[in-house]
Design a protein around this ligand. Structure first.
Ligand code: SF4
Length: 514
């Protein structure tokens, strides 16, 4: 080919700058399936199915249109899946194919982008570079916004995006007179539970996806999860159906229950559109338009629509901006100097903590846990325990279907583990078992007591919560947003604090690492 177009597994947008004016006479497309090898575990089987099935659907669509696709499949005997990125395989193919031009688009991973650019430069081909138009804020626009600011506050970025893109605005004022309705979005279900929940759509695997499921069983059958449970969208049409379903059946209640947890109900009213968004099967603009239209038509209340819009137009764009602004140093940040490996139940779910067992069972079953289980159960535990923030990020990359480097580093290493020392958040997310007790029904089914920090029934969250504050007192006691927590810690006697330290040490030894 004269022009070789490199399409990565999370660049599957049919109308994006890579594929929108393809000429089958002159151009060829290049794609490669790739598997990463995280420290301490392996990639979820359904994550492999998602990426490979979605890529193979695009490959076949392009071939039907007469486009040549050079494709490396994981089960191709001559070209097994590339380990940790596609650059090595591209280098070999550039030698063989000798294209004049190689088209690349901004990637979702700093190291992969660097490696691909290096490979193209080494092959002495002309690089045709494209911005990723999937995102509403370009890397440069975010940089400009961040310039000269002492701290990066998501809320201010979000307001600027609402204004610029005219989303939920009444002239220059926010709809409903406020930018944020979080106070309405923190309800818990109460003893009666959530009642009947709307079913989430399931996408029956077609022949291509079934082929991938069989291949994953055969080659990666010892990886976490079960490929046979896979039911996510793998084409833009399916992603559109998933969006329609959310807007119609779950968006109206989404806001109210977004922070609630109920054992055995891992999906609740959540959108679960992140896999489609992050593979670029779904356009964020379509999500915003549909949500706003539901509000305008009176089909969904403002607290729900604003909460959803904030995720898409605010958080998602903000963390991508932070990633590109702060990479590559960002990946090495470890502000609290946490060094522990993750306990083995982060991979196999085997634990007697009811809240963690429930979140892990969702994660192993679906490759998904909703926002509050991620942040306030699994993320919170890892942080209180003292897990290394990069190890936590690697784990997050391996087990969640929707993770990508650009989204996981700021969210997992940054916001959840406070590894960045306050770039994306202003304080560590620290809470005791009491928070989980308030937001869920897990504690009633658990052998531990969320109110106790020492003794046989002590809740590990509560023990590690006090131990966390105690260990980091010098570093964190001055943080204004932790005043309340530190006042309570300082009320404890030296003996009480020593007993908590001992209990935490015993627990750590029992959980198997440092
Ligand atoms: Fe989780 Fe502690 Fe509650 Fe058990 S008691 S469910 S470990 S918060």
């Amino acid at each position: 080919p004269r022009r070789l177009i490199v399409v990565l597994g999370d660049q599957l947008d049919r109308n994006g700058p890579l594929l929108d004016n393809i000429d089958p006479q002159r151009d060829a497309v290049w794609m490669a399936e790739s598997v990463s090898e995280p420290t301490g575990g392996a990639v979820h089987q359904q994550r492999l199915v998602l990426y490979f099935a979605a890529m193979r659907h695009l490959r076949d669509e392009l071939r039907e249109r007469g486009v040549t696709v050079h494709y490396h499949a994981a089960d191709d005997a001559d070209s097994p899946a590339a380990i940790d990125g596609p650059a090595g395989r591209l280098a070999a193919d550039l030698q063989r194919l000798q294209p004049e031009t190689v088209a690349l688009m901004e990637a979702g991973d700093w190291s992969i982008e660097q490696a691909l650019c290096d490979v193209v430069a080494a092959a002495e081909a002309t690089l045709e570079w494209h911005r990723d138009s999937h995102f509403l804020a370009s890397r440069e626009a975010f940089q400009k916004w961040a310039e000269g600011r002492k701290s990066l506050t998501m809320e201010y970025f979000y307001r600027s995006m609402r204004k610029r893109h005219d989303v939920l605005m009444d002239g220059d004022k926010p709809s409903g007179g406020a930018w944020n309705f979080d106070k309405d979005n923190r309800a818990a279900f109460g003893p009666a539970g959530p009642g009947e929940l709307p079913a989430h759509p399931a996408f029956e695997p077609d022949a291509i996806t079934r082929g991938v499921i069989d291949m994953v069983h055969q080659r990666y059958g010892d990886h976490p999860g079960d490929a046979a449970d896979f039911n996510q969208p793998v084409t833009p049409d399916q992603a559109q159906i998933a969006l329609d379903d959310f807007i119609r059946y779950r968006l109206p209640e989404f806001g109210t229950w977004q922070d609630a947890i109920w054992v055995g109900e891992p999906l609740l009213y959540h959108a679960r559109l992140s896999t489609s968004l992050n593979l670029h099967l779904l356009d964020p603009r379509a999500c915003l338009e549909r949500a706003e239209a539901a509000f305008t038509a009176g089909d969904a209340p403002l607290n729900a629509v604003e909460g959803f819009v904030r995720q898409i137009l605010g958080w998602r764009e903000f963390i991508r901006g932070v990633y590109w602004l702060r990479m590559p140093e960002y990946a090495d940040l470890n502000a609290l100097d946490h060094q522990a490996d993750l306990p083995s139940f982060f991979w196999d779910g085997q634990t007697d903590m009811a809240c963690v067992a429930d979140a892990m069972s969702a994660l192993l079953r679906h490759g998904y846990a909703h926002h509050i289980q991620r942040l306030m159960v699994l993320g919170l535990f890892a942080q209180l325990y003292g897990a290394h923030p990069y190890a936590f990020h690697e784990w997050h990359m391996a087990l969640y279907l929707d993770s990508a480097d650009w989204v996981s580093l700021p969210n997992a290493l940054g916001m959840s583990q406070f590894g960045d020392g306050g770039v994306v958040g202003t304080k560590p997310y620290c809470a005791s078992g009491a928070y989980i007790d308030r937001m869920s029904n897990a504690c009633g089914q658990c052998r531990y007591n969320p109110k106790e920090a020492v003794g046989e029934k002590a809740c590990p969250f509560t023990t590690f919560y006090w131990d966390f504050l105690d260990r980091h007192e010098d570093q964190l006691a001055g943080n204004r947003r932790l005043q309340f927590q530190y006042r309570n810690l300082q009320r404890k006697t030296d003996d009480q604090r020593a007993a908590i330290r001992r209990q935490a040490e015993t627990l750590r030894a029992r959980m198997g690492t440092t």
